[in-house]
Design a protein around this ligand. Structure first.
Ligand SMILES: Nc1ncnc2c1ncn2[C@@H]1O[C@H](COP(=O)(O)OP(=O)(O)OP(=O)(O)O)[C@@H](O)[C@H]1O
Ligand SMILES: [Mg+2]
Length: 151
C-alpha cells in the first residue's frame, strides 16, 4: 500500500460514493484499516460497497447493523479479504477481538463505520474517510487522508 493519498471530492449520487470507494481500494492491501466517519445515512456503507468491489471480495455488502461485523472472503487466491465493522454497536476494541473472526485481520482490509476514536488503536496507520451530507440534498462531500506514519 502506498501512503500519501489524500483528497476531497463532491459526491452528487450514490454511484459517485461507490466509485470513490472503488478508487480508494487501489491504495489498500491486507492489514490496512479504514475508518469511516459521518452521520446516519452519509454513505459509509455505500463507500464500503465500492471498496469491496475494488478489492474484488465476495459477498454483498450490507449494513452490519445487526451483526457488528461481516467478513467477505478474498475473491482471488492470495488477495485480501474484507472485514466490515459497525463500531456504533461495538463497545470497544476488546469486543472486536472477542468476535473471534474466522479471518486473521492481517489478511484483510478492515473497514470500520463510526470508527473514529475507537478503531485507531488497531493499527499505527489508517485511512480516515469523512463523509458529510449537505442539508436537504443527496450531495455528499468526502475528505480522506492517511494518518501520519508513527515514529
Ligand atoms: N451521494 C450519495 N452518496 C451516498 N449515499 C447516497 C447518496 N445519495 C443518496 N444516497 C443514499 O443515502 C443512503 C446512504 O446510506 P448508507 O447506508 O450508505 O449510509 P451510512 O452512512 O452507512 O448510514 P448508517 O449510519 O445508517 O450506517 C442510501 O440509501 C443511498 O442510496
Ligand atoms: Mg452504514
Amino acid at each position: 500500500m502506498t501512503a500519501g493519498g489524500a483528497g476531497e471530492r463532491v459526491l452528487p449520487e450514490v454511484e459517485d460514493t461507490e466509485a470513490l470507494g472503488h478508487e480508494l481500494a487501489q491504495q489498500l492491501s491486507a492489514g490496512d484499516l479504514v475508518i469511516l466517519d459521518g452521520p446516519l445515512g452519509a454513505g459509509k456503507t455505500a463507500l464500503t460497497r465500492g471498496i469491496a468491489a475494488g478489492l474484488g471480495v465476495r459477498g454483498r455488502v450490507s449494513s452490519p447493523t445487526f451483526i457488528i461485523a461481516r467478513e467477505h472472503r478474498a475473491g482471488t487466491p492470495g488477495g485480501p479479504g474484507l472485514v466490515h465493522v459497525d463500531a456504533y454497536r461495538l463497545g470497544g476494541l476488546d469486543e472486536l477481538d472477542a468476535l473471534d473472526l474466522d479471518t486473521d485481520l492481517e489478511d484483510c482490509v478492515v473497514v470500520v463505520e463510526w470508527g473514529e476514536g475507537v478503531a485507531e488503536r488497531l493499527t499505527d496507520r489508517h485511512l480516515v474517510v469523512r463523509l458529510r451530507r449537505a442539508e436537504g440534498t443527496d450531495v455528499r462531500t468526502a475528505t480522506w487522508e492517511w494518518s501520519a506514519p508513527q515514529e
